[in-house]
Design a protein around this ligand. Structure first.
Ligand SMILES: [Zn+2]
Length: 437
C-alpha cells in the first residue's frame, strides 16, 4: 500500500518545516518527505494549494461510552473527530462505569478498534470511581493502554490524595491531567462570577475556584519535581501561577479550549444553555490573558473538552442544563479563522498546540511530526475554504454548540490515519492518477 501526497505546503513544528513537499506513505508509515518524490504510487493525492500538517490530537474528549450512549458513542464521537481533522483523540474516563479498571479500558479499546476511524486512546481515572479515595492500578492500566490519568468531571478534592497520585504517576512516568476546581468555592454556580452573573441573578463560579487548585497542583508538582497537566485552564490567575511554576523549572503544562479563547461571559446574557460549560466562559480580562498566553508559548496545548449532551438535557434551561459543549467539528475552523488568519498565531504554532505538544506530553513517540518512520497520521487543511458551522450536519450526536451559524474561513478537508484516508467518508482513491513518471 503506497500513497503519495503531492505538492502540499507541509507545516511541521517539530522539524521546523514550512515548504512545498511530497510525502510518501508506505505500510502506514511516512516513507519519504522531499520536494519531489519520483515513484509510481498506487494512490496519489494532489495537495496543491492545501496545507499538510501532522495529524491533530485532541487530548480532552468525552465520548460518553459506556453508559451515556444517548449523548455520544465511540463510533459517533470518533467520526466527528475524523470530520473535524483529528487523527487521535483521548477519551476521558467519566463514563458509567468509570474507566478505572482494565475491563472498561479494554472495552473502550475494543469498541474503538471495531468502529472508530481515528485513534482512540483511553485516559483512566486517577481514583476508583473518581471518588478521590483510592488510587487505581496505574501500572496495569498503563500497560493496558491508558495514556494518562484524570478524574476530570469530579475534581480531586484532597491535597494529600493528589500528592499520592502524583507520586505514583511519577514512578511510572505517567501524566496526571487535573480538572482544577474547588467545589467549596464553585458550589452550585452556573456561570463565571462577575458583572454578568450579578445582573442575571445567577450563582457565580469565581475564578478563585480554579486558581486555588491550580496553585495547589503546581506547588505539589514542584515539591515532587514531577509533571502535572492542567486541563482547560481558564483564568488570568491560573496563568500567573503557571508562569511562576514554569520559571522555577516545574515541568507543568496546560491546555486551553477554543471556546475559552473566543467567547466571554457576556454571551450568557441570552440565557442559552449552549454557552454553559465548566469551567465557565470568563470575562474579557481573562480571555485576553488566555489569548496572549497561547500566543507567547505559555500554553502548551489546545484541546476541545468535547462534551456532548442530548437536546433534552440542554433544553432544561440555563440553571438546570448540564455543563459542556461539543468541539470536535468546530475547533479547526474556529482556530484557523480567529487565530491563524488574524495572525494571533502562526500555522507552525497551531501545529505545536494541536499535534506536536499533545504527542510529546502523552508519550506518543511516532506521532506529532512529519518525518520518515513516523506514523502516517496527517491532516490536510484548506485555509481558504469558507464555511458555516451547521450543528445539524454534525457527525456527533451532540448539537450543543454556541458556534452554530458562525461563518469561518479554513477547515480540515482530509484526514489520514495510519496511511488510510478516513475523511472524506466517501473518499475513493483517484483512479491511477498516473504517478509522476
Ligand atoms: Zn473538566
Amino acid at each position: 500500500m503506497e500513497l503519495l501526497i503531492r505538492n502540499g505546503r507541509v507545516v511541521d513544528s517539530a522539524t521546523r518545516t514550512d515548504e512545498t513537499l511530497d510525502i510518501l506513505i508506505r505500510d502506514g508509515k511516512i516513507a519519504g518527505v522531499s520536494p519531489r518524490i519520483e515513484v509510481r504510487a498506487r494512490e496519489v493525492i494532489d495537495a496543491a494549494r492545501l496545507v499538510v500538517v501532522p495529524g491533530l490530537i485532541d487530548m480532552h474528549v468525552h465520548l460518553r461510552e459506556p453508559g451515556y450512549e444517548a449523548k455520544e458513542t465511540i463510533a459517533t464521537g470518533s467520526r466527528a473527530a475524523a470530520k473535524g481533522g483529528f487523527t487521535t483523540i483521548c477519551a476521558m474516563p467519566n463514563t458509567d462505569p468509570v474507566n478505572d479498571n482494565l475491563r472498561v479500558t479494554g472495552q473502550i479499546l475494543a469498541e474503538a478498534a471495531r468502529t472508530s476511524p481515528v485513534n482512540v486512546l483511553p485516559i483512566a481515572a486517577i481514583s476508583k470511581g473518581s471518588r478521590g479515595e483510592e488510587l487505581v492500578d496505574m501500572v496495569g492500566l498503563s500497560e493496558a493502554g491508558a495514556v494518562a490519568f484524570s478524574d476530570d468531571g469530579r475534581p480531586v478534592a484532597g491535597s494529600r490524595f493528589m500528592k499520592l497520585a502524583l507520586e505514583a504517576a511519577k514512578a511510572l512516568g505517567a501524566l496526571v491531567i487535573d480538572h482544577c476546581e474547588d467545589r467549596d468555592l464553585s458550589g452550585a454556580g452556573v456561570m463565571h462570577e462577575g458583572e454578568h452573573s450579578r445582573r442575571l441573578g445567577l450563582r457565580g463560579i469565581p475564578a478563585s475556584a480554579e486558581e486555588v487548585m491550580v496553585a495547589r497542583d503546581l506547588i505539589l508538582a514542584r515539591e515532587l519535581a514531577t509533571r502535572v497537566h492542567i486541563a482547560h485552564l481558564s483564568t488570568a490567575g491560573s496563568l500567573l501561577a503557571l508562569r511562576t511554576a514554569k520559571d522555577q523549572g516545574v515541568p507543568a503544562t496546560a491546555e486551553v479550549t477554543p471556546h475559552h479563547l473566543l467567547l466571554t461571559d457576556a454571551a450568557l446574557e441570552g440565557r442559552d444553555p449552549d454557552f454553559k460549560m465548566n469551567p465557565p466562559l470568563r470575562s474579557r480580562e481573562h480571555v485576553e490573558a488566555l489569548v496572549a498566553a497561547v500566543r507567547s508559548g505559555l500554553i502548551d496545548v489546545i484541546a476541545t473538552d468535547h462534551a456532548p449532551h442530548t437536546a433534552e438535557e440542554k433544553g432544561r434551561g440555563l440553571e438546570k442544563a448540564p455543563f459542556g459543549i461539543v468541539g470536535l467539528e468546530t475547533a479547526v475552523p474556529l482556530l484557523l479563522d480567529r487565530l491563524v488568519h488574524k495572525k494571533v498565531i502562526s500555522l507552525g504554532r497551531f501545529v505545536e498546540l494541536l499535534s506536536a505538544n499533545p504527542a510529546r506530553l502523552l508519550g506518543l513517540r511516532n506521532k506529532g511530526r512529519i518525518a520518515v518512520g513516523a506514523d502516517a497520521d496527517l491532516t490536510i487543511l484548506n485555509l481558504a475554504k469558507l464555511g458555516t458551522i451547521d450543528k445539524n450536519a454534525f457527525e456527533s450526536k451532540g448539537r450543543n454548540t454556541p458556534f452554530d451559524g458562525w461563518k469561518l474561513k479554513g477547515r480540515a478537508v482530509m484526514t489520514i490515519v495510519g496511511g488510510k484516508v478516513v475523511y472524506p467518508f466517501d473518499y475513493v482513491p483517484a483512479a491511477k492518477a498516473g504517478g509522476n513518471a
